[in-house]
Ligand binder design. Structure first.
Ligand code: IMP
Ligand code: MG
Length: 182
């Protein structure tokens, strides 16, 4: 398979290979299982549509304790940049009051989306909200709390694949690709 792809008008090169993704997701699944297993709680795993579905589907299969699943849809990005305004265009459905909640996200950039969602869940009475993201851009993160389970910390360059898109395309690529410097 080629190491570069063209999506819309831009070229991207492989940043994280399939095997590395698989290995890291397995490891996070184990850590998450141990954490909630010790607490004896069934967490509500809330994935952020659409980007996190690929990561979430692999992650939940690497978790070996009972969980429940739900979804939200957030919108903040347009093209290659964040609009800074976060909207929940699809709400979670299950009761979160008094529950342990694990948010599963594809990537945390400024942190605006995830911080907004965490606040909404706490307002709805969740007893504890943890976060797992496949990718994290520490240099872009504008908040000062720790993300609980991070797959890979990456530079500030735009990435796609494994659920992440560039204006709708690229989600089905099985690796993470990074924008080539031109
Ligand atoms: P934040 O609110 O700035 O943290 O942005 C988070 C959301 O923006 C993610 O859930 C993605 O949907 C999108 N996003 C941020 N960086 C990238 C990227 O490099 N590629 C694709 N989508 C991204
Ligand atoms: Mg997203």
């Amino acid at each position: 398979m080629s190491n570069t792809v063209k999506v819309h008008d831009r070229n991207f090169q492989v940043l994280i290979e399939k095997n590395d993704l698989f290995r890291q997701i397995k490891k996070l699944g184990k850590e998450i299982s141990t954490y909630y297993g010790k607490k004896g709680e069934v967490p509500m795993v809330i994935s952020v549509l659409h980007g996190a579905v690929i990561y979430a589907s692999d992650l939940v299969r690497a978790i070996d304790i009972p969980i429940e699943m739900d979804f939200v849809r957030l919108k903040s990005y347009s093209g290659m940049s964040s609009t800074g305004k976060v909207l929940m265009t699809q709400h979670w459905e299950k009761e979160v009051s008094g529950r342990e909640v694990l948010i599963v996200e594809d990537i945390i950039d400024s942190g605006a989306s995830i911080s907004f969602l965490k606040q909404e869940l706490l307002k709805a009475g969740a007893s504890n909200v943890k976060i797992s993201t496949l990718l994290f851009k520490p240099d872009a993160f504008e908040f000062d709390y720790k993300i609980d389970w991070v797959g890979f910390s990456i530079s500030n360059k735009f990435v796609l694949g494994f659920g992440l898109d560039y204006d709708g395309l690229g989600r089905n690529l099985p690796e993470i690709y990074q924008l080539c410097s031109e």
